[in-house]
Ligand binder design. Structure first.
Ligand SMILES: [Zn+2]
Length: 486
């Protein structure tokens, strides 16, 4: 579908759409990306084939406009103007013309940062434990666990960072050890060594190697003292003393290379995650559960997020088509790993419609035409039918069936009637045998087809647009969103 260039500012998204910086891997908000001149990259679906990094050619503030919220079965959503085009199995269509129940293209995978920055291994482990099981205030940093393995791992990580672990309750442990913040100490005197950033006062007298000196800045600002090393670790990662509902994964975790992220998610899963009917995790913090959903996508693992108990908790689950990938990518261990291996074994050959595109009216017409060009169906006289069969799709049903290894093939085997989703194997065989082209891109592994659950008015919103050439789309909150033509 041609994108109308006349009203480019009508293609716009709300400022809270999430953009992943392809260089650092950090997640930014679209509004900030547009306002901030230095951020210049975005992920895009190139040639309808692969999610890749690209340069933002132009940024647009499109003013305040009426917007709609498009909610998706995976639990994601995007807020945009009604004219904004999204990618459907029929190609680009404005939201106003798309109905709930249809599927739109999302990123099947988020690429790794171009310049990953590793963290010390001990820090990865300890952050995962503290995010999953930690309680932290300015004065104490605790975590709770009933698992001797998690306790061992935290104790070892703590020791590497100069801390000790002391039991504080039946299942709760405190991270002890104080010292100057190494980063602050390295900057020398003048700025508080606790890491608070305040200037320090000159001392009356300071003992230095060559004797007493006056006027040397003190190590700590008034009222500050050596901080808990654990507190410093949290400060470095911008973690205050949030309640469980407000916890979030620090931006630094989004920058680490694949092996470290896999380890982080594995430790997190060993603490807070579970493997029952599927791998899952239930968290009080909506933001953190959505961050886990994003991080899993780095491994191409899809998940669904939904609120439990009126939003008191948020549950993430990994649907069966991605169990195998989860098992291969995330090195969980012990009983949880055994259960997942069992699940993968049992699910072999199972069918899931999650991630499959809908069989749209337009696709149906296009394929129907190949199948039955004259539109006679089987209503014509048998002798005509047989004569015509030789050159139409129906005449080649046996070929399609043979290709599929089925006994026979009928047109309505192309899709699942209950869900109206395409049956990939039948669709591919049909297109190959009947020479129907132009639909192969639908099966790109980098596309995940997510079902729209609702489209609701979202009031007037400050909206923004990006220009990305030549792919003319970008990934926002996981959704592949169109761009106007230049
Ligand atoms: Zn201080």
């Amino acid at each position: 579908m041609a994108v109308k260039a006349r009203q480019p500012d009508r293609f716009a998204l709300a400022g809270d759409a999430e953009i992943t910086d392809p260089v650092t891997g950090r997640v930014l908000l679209l509004g900030d990306v547009v306002r901030e001149p230095l951020t210049g990259g975005v992920h895009t679906l190139a040639n309808r084939q692969v999610i890749a990094a690209d340069i933002i050619a132009d940024k647009m503030r499109s003013g305040v406009k009426p917007a709609v919220k498009v909610a998706l079965a995976s639990g994601r959503w995007i807020t945009a103007t009604g004219q904004h085009p999204l990618l459907t199995p029929d190609g680009w269509r404005p939201i106003a013309e798309i109905e709930p129940g249809e599927t739109i293209a999302l990123a099947g995978r988020i690429p790794w940062p171009l310049l990953p920055v590793p963290l010390p291994a001990a820090e990865i482990d300890l952050l995962a434990v503290l995010l999953a099981e930690g309680g932290y205030t300015q004065l104490s940093v605790l975590f709770t666990t009933a698992s001797p393995e998690i306790l061992d791992l935290a104790t070892q990580g703590a020791a590497e960072l100069g801390m000790t672990v002391r039991q504080a309750g039946k299942y709760s442990y405190r991270l002890n050890g104080t010292g100057p913040d190494p980063a602050a100490a390295a900057r020398g005197r003048g700025i508080c060594w606790c890491g608070c950033g305040k200037p320090t006062l000159p001392s009356k007298s300071t003992w230095l190697a060559k004797g007493h000196r006056t006027g040397v800045p003190q190590r700590y600002a008034p009222g500050c003292k050596p901080l808990l090393l654990a507190r410093q670790l949290l400060n470095r990662h911008g973690m205050g003393h949030e309640s469980a509902h407000a916890k979030k994964i620090p931006p630094r975790i989004f920058q680490v290379p694949d092996q470290q992220l896999a380890r982080f998610l594995a430790v997190f899963w060993m603490c807070d995650g579970y493997v029952d009917g599927s791998p899952g995790v239930t968290l009080a913090s909506e933001q953190m559960v959505r961050q886990v959903q994003h991080l899993l996508l780095r491994f191409g693992i899809q998940s669904t997020v939904d609120p439990r108990h009126q939003g008191a908790h948020w549950r993430l689950r990994v649907p069966s088509p991605w169990w195998r990938r989860f098992l291969d990518a995330i090195p969980i261990w012990g009983a949880k790993r055994d259960r997942l291996e069992e699940l993968v074994k049992q699910s072999r050959g199972g069918v899931s419609v999650i991630g499959l595109p809908t069989f749209t009216a337009r696709l149906r017409r296009s394929l129907r035409t190949a199948w039955d060009p004259d539109g006679f169906g089987t209503r014509v006289a048998p002798y005509l039918y047989i004569a015509r069969n030789a050159r139409t799709g129906q005449g080649r049903a046996a070929d399609v069936a043979a290709r599929l290894g089925w006994i026979k093939f009928q047109f309505d085997r192309l899709f699942n009637k209950a869900t109206n989703t395409i049956c990939p194997a039948a669709f591919r065989a049909f297109c190959a045998v009947l020479g129907v082209t132009g639909h192969d891109w639908i099966w790109s592994p980098d596309i995940f087809w997510d079902r729209i659950t609702s489209i609701t008015p979202a009031g007037e919103q400050e909206v923004y647009g990006l220009q990305v050439e030549p792919s003319r789309n970008f990934v926002a909150s996981g959704v592949i969103a169109g761009c106007p033509a230049l």
